[in-house]
Design a protein around this ligand. Structure first.
Ligand code: SAH
Length: 252
């Protein structure tokens, strides 16, 4: 069954009007009409079985037949702190880690960040990233899209998590003794994970020390040096595999 996202569904109402590009998409592109059904969701987790009453390109009116249960959330909360990347790579990381069930993506700028973003373009980019998270949620049937935080400096982000006592890992290709697999398997609490992935240029030794001071554990992903975006997707997939629902055991 097709799924569509809208801003907010008022659960008290039994009918709903969809306008804008989504209405056009439903009526013109997909040629859906009265009597057809789809799932209508909002960003807050509401989801309904919707029956089309009328459909023209500027407005699709639906009857909300019944609320549907949410897919169960992953048993692990994953926060990905991502070194800021060139635009297409950033889009890619958001799309792929969203599909893999990241809860929050928090971009940061650091010593070796190569892309400099003009201040006034940031809101546009943020909006774009949130759109990507939304469409990823739609396609992968997530109840709530990944949250995208604003861009902050590395030190500020590290300081923000200082008091947090869940497993906090900073991926570092020069780490010689600890790896992600060992940390994930050895952790006694497997509920919340905060991972840091460096930008294209990686982290400086000093940044690793600052992160360690705040409780982040430097960890290796093996001897191959991965591109930042590959490392980001890998870390989320591995946490979901070890602690979460990348499989059927903790899934639906
Ligand atoms: N500057 C480095 C590579 C940076 S890779 C160089 O050119 O040699 C970008 C980011 O991906 C790193 O900051 C790290 O967080 C992560 N990463 C890539 N490969 C990794 C590995 N084998 N182990 C741990 N982290 C890795």
């Amino acid at each position: 069954m097709r799924r569509f996202f809208v801003e907010k569904i008022d659960a008290e109402q039994t009918s709903f009007s969809i306008t804008g590009p989504e209405a056009k998409h439903i009526s013109r592109v997909l040629r859906m009409g009265p009597g057809d059904r789809f799932i209508l969701m909002d960003g807050g987790g509401a989801r309904f079985l919707a029956l089309i009453e009328s459909a023209v390109s500027r407005e699709v009116r639906v009857f909300l037949e019944k609320p549907l249960p949410e897919p169960p959330p992953s048993p692990v909360e994953i926060i990905l702190c991502q070194g800021f990347l060139k635009s297409r790579k950033m889009d890619y990381v958001i799309q792929k880690t969203s599909e893999l069930g990241v809860d929050c993506m928090s971009p940061f700028s650091s010593e070796r960040t190569v892309v400099r973003l003009k201040k006034d373009t940031l809101p546009v980019r943020m909006k774009h990233w949130r759109e990507i998270a939304r469409s990823s949620a739609k396609q992968s049937d997530r109840a709530v899209p990944a949250q995208i935080e604003g861009l902050v400096p590395f030190n500020e982000l590290v300081a923000k998590w200082k008091e947090e006592d869940s497993l906090k890992v900073i991926l570092w290709e020069e780490e010689g003794s600890k790896d992600l697999k060992g940390l994930l398997r050895g952790s006694s609490i497997k509920k919340k994970f905060i991972g840091m992935v460096g930008p294209e240029g990686g982290f400086s030794r000093q940044e690793i020390e600052v992160a360690e001071d705040a409780g982040f554990i430097p960890a290796s992903l093996g001897h191959r040096i991965l591109r930042s975006e590959t490392a980001a997707i890998t870390i989320v997939a591995l946490v979901q595999y070890e602690w979460g629902d990348l499989g059927l055991e903790n899934s639906r």
